[in-house]
Design a protein around this ligand. Structure first.
Ligand code: HEM
Length: 420
């Protein structure tokens, strides 16, 4: 067994924050160790970073990698919520995950597609009247409407901006990666407001005072019983109900990246218009190419071996998400934006992993991946085909050294006109 190469230092958290999405790739190259290296983070804890397709297979092997108890506590308090599905394991996880996945019916997904298409279409007049539209902001508001409607949650028009802002603050909290950062208190406060609002609707639904349609997230979560026959505590229920549509609202980041890609590759607009499968391939490539989730934490469940290295039980394991999708041995010419690569893609659960990998039902892989693709497809088709617009001079930099990834300007458009 050979020793694992080390990025030396007592605590490299600040270096991780400084190099952002490029940290893992930079260190792998510097150390000459493509698939594995060791570092110290979060107060000096030893962490083994693993990268590549084989690494993803190991990470999603429930016999080898443990996930519960590995998310930084501060991120649980802001982004996911205490007791959220992300923090569960074993039977409890599989049981609750089945509830999330039961929402992904053909009917619910078709409804989501229609909601997305209609909301963008209905938003055209408003955008035509505006001097400039910041797509990051415009899409977070629109997706808040789509997400709350889809989940069956009551969200009056005058509350939408406030909910969208609270969601944005929570989503942004992964900028702290679990360390002290100045937005922490604001994220906790935003979470409390949204949890209060949703808990009230759970209680009202259970009492029969409001009637969300059967099949919606609010209805199904409020009435669900776990494998022991117990309903979810109303606060926990609010937390996981939020986990059905807060991440949906986060798709605003992929939307702005998608428009940037269309702007930089104008031919793709024509292809989205004219080739039936192109919006799908384009959406997959946006999810692969642009920076969102940098890496995911876990720990070795037992002593395990990876590529000739021994990793002792309880060692922190970190899966290199962004770096894996940018390796040439995983995706050919990985640093090129090339949607056609998904024409003959084999659908492997271990290479396109922007929302985690493995199995939807037994691993922590994102429950909303199909929803994300649907929203992206419809949104990209709308911007390619239903309207024309100009892209004024602005700062379109995507700084890979900063987590979370953004387009500096948010992506601004103007002179919107409906195609007739
Ligand atoms: C889990 C990313 C959209 C619901 C995850 C994970 C990631 C992720 C990285 C963790 C995977 C792991 O731990 O192995 C994203 C991104 C999204 C997105 C980048 C789009 C911007 C959605 C949507 C939903 C959703 C639309 C709506 C249902 C969930 C849930 C989990 C999860 C419930 C926890 C699954 C579990 O613990 O088993 N997501 N997601 N996500 N996502 Fe998403």
């Amino acid at each position: 067994m050979s020793t694992i190469k080390k990025h030396k230092g007592l605590d490299n958290t600040l270096k991780v924050m400084k190099e952002g999405y490029l940290y893992t790739t930079n260190q792998r190259r510097r150390l000459g160790s493509e698939n594995i290296f060791e570092t110290r983070v979060l107060g000096g804890k030893r962490a083994v970073i693993i990268s590549g397709k084989k690494a993803a297979e190991l990470f999603y092997d429930n016999d080898k990698t443990e996930r519960s108890g590995t998310l930084p506590k501060r991120l649980v308090n802001t982004l996911f919520g205490k007791g959220a599905i992300h923090t569960t394991t074993g039977k409890k996880h599989v049981d609750r995950k089945a509830l999330f996945m039961s929402l992904m019916t053909e009917g619910n997904l078709k409804h989501l597609r229609e909601l997305t298409r209609n909301h963008w279409y209905m938003n055209t007049h408003r955008m035509e009247q505006m001097d400039q539209i910041n797509i990051y902001r415009e899409s977070i508001i629109l997706l808040t409407k789509v997400g709350t409607k889809w989940a069956g949650v009551q969200a009056p028009e005058e509350k939408i901006e406030e909910i969208a802002t609270d969601m944005d603050i929570m989503i942004d909290s992964f900028k702290g990666l679990g360390t002290a950062y100045k937005g922490y208190k604001a994220s906790v406060a935003a979470r409390r407001r949204v949890e209060d609002w949703l808990e009230d609707q759970i209680i009202q639904t259970r009492k029969g005072k409001i009637f969300p349609p059967e099949g919606t997230a609010l209805y199904e979560f409020a009435h669900w019983e776990d494998y022991k026959g117990n309903p979810m505590d109303s606060r926990l229920c609010a937390i996981d109900l939020m986990n059905t549509f807060r991440p949906l609202i986060a798709i605003n980041r992929f939307v702005s990246f998608g428009l940037l890609a269309m702007h930089e590759h104008p031919i793709s607009k024509e292809k989205i218009k004219n080739e039936p499968d192109y919006a799908y391939m384009f959406s997959q490539e946006v999810r692969r190419f642009y920076p969102f989730v940098p890496f995911l934490p876990g720990k070795a469940k037992t002593d395990i071996q990876f590529e000739g290295h021994e990793i002792e039980k309880d060692t922190m394991l970190v899966l290199d998400i962004y770096g894996t999708m940018h390796r040439d041995d995983v995706f050919e010419n990985a640093d090129e934006f090339y949607p056609e690569r998904f024409r003959d893609w084999d659908g492997s659960p271990f290479d396109l992993i922007p929302q985690g990998g493995g199995d939807y039902y037994t691993n922590h892989r994102c429950a909303g991946e199909w929803m994300t693709i649907i929203i992206m497809e419809e949104t990209m088709k709308y911007f390619a085909d239903r309207i024309t617009y100009d892209v004024p001079e602005q700062d379109l930099t995507v700084d890979l050294n900063s987590i979370p990834g953004y387009i500096k300007s948010g992506f601004v458009i103007e002179n919107v006109q409906e195609n007739v």
